[in-house]
Design a protein around this ligand. Structure first.
Ligand code: DX5
Ligand code: ZN
Length: 211
């Protein structure tokens, strides 16, 4: 199953609820929510209270991407805010396994992300413990950046590793610089969850969903 996950980082926060309703009505089954702490990444976005407020707008799957240091400290808050899927960064966790188990304990989906400079090999011990791997195709922190080409190679490598471990159902998400021009190639490389911020909110959501 393929999913387009519009990232609300590129929405207008003054009309966030309306923007989310529009993309949900256009067919997006997943909403990507980028949480940034100004420490793990050089930008600050929003936290659990905003997610809790927009939770009332839609039943779409809330895909919460935590770009925060030591994320285990805040998992309770994001679970209570209505996250259906929480993704943490490999680079940000003091104990990856403990963090993933805590997400699991809520009965929601878990994801593990790697930034562009992190090799896919670090993921190997965790593939069986997560529902999704997130391959960042830009340096996390900002929307509107250019897709880093070697991410295709990384996606292929994660898919191959998953196949080797018999994990055909593992989701692979790609995030950063995705648009109509490259969504087919990331899909072909093995990704099935496509995050798009600027391409959706400054472009045509229907066109991306149709691809
Ligand atoms: C970047 C965020 C992305 C971002 C993607 O750190 O994780 O989700 O919103 O934006 P675009 O699609 O504009 O690259
Ligand atoms: Zn993201």
């Amino acid at each position: 199953m393929n999913y387009l996950a519009p990232s609300v980082l590129s929405a207008d926060f003054a009309t966030l609820g309306t923007d989310i309703s529009i993309v949900a009505a256009a067919g997006a089954e997943m909403i990507h929510l980028d949480v940034m702490d100004g420490s793990f990444v050089p930008n600050i976005s929003f936290g659990a209270p905003i997610i809790s407020s927009v939770r009332k707008i839609t039943n779409a799957l809330f895909d919460v991407h935590l770009m925060i240091d030591d994320p285990i400290r805040y998992l309770d808050d994001f679970y209570k805010a209505g996250a259906d899927l929480i993704t943490v960064h490999y680079e940000a966790c003091k104990d990856v396994e403990e963090t993933l188990s805590k997400i699991d304990s809520y009965g929601i989906l878990s994801g593990l992300a790697i930034s562009p400079d992190t090799p896919v090999s670090v993921l190997e011990p965790y593939l069986k413990k997560v529902n999704m791997i997130l391959v960042m195709s830009v340096y996390p922190g900002f929307g509107g950046q250019t897709f880093i080409e070697n991410s295709l190679e990384k996606i292929r490598a994660v898919r191959a590793m998953a196949d080797q471990q018999g994990l055909a159902d593992l989701w692979i998400e790609v995030d950063g610089g995705i648009g109509a021009e490259n969504i087919s190639s990331v899909k072909e490389a093995g990704a099935n969850v496509f995050v798009a911020g600027s391409a959706v909110f400054k472009g045509n959501v229907k066109e991306l969903i149709d691809r």
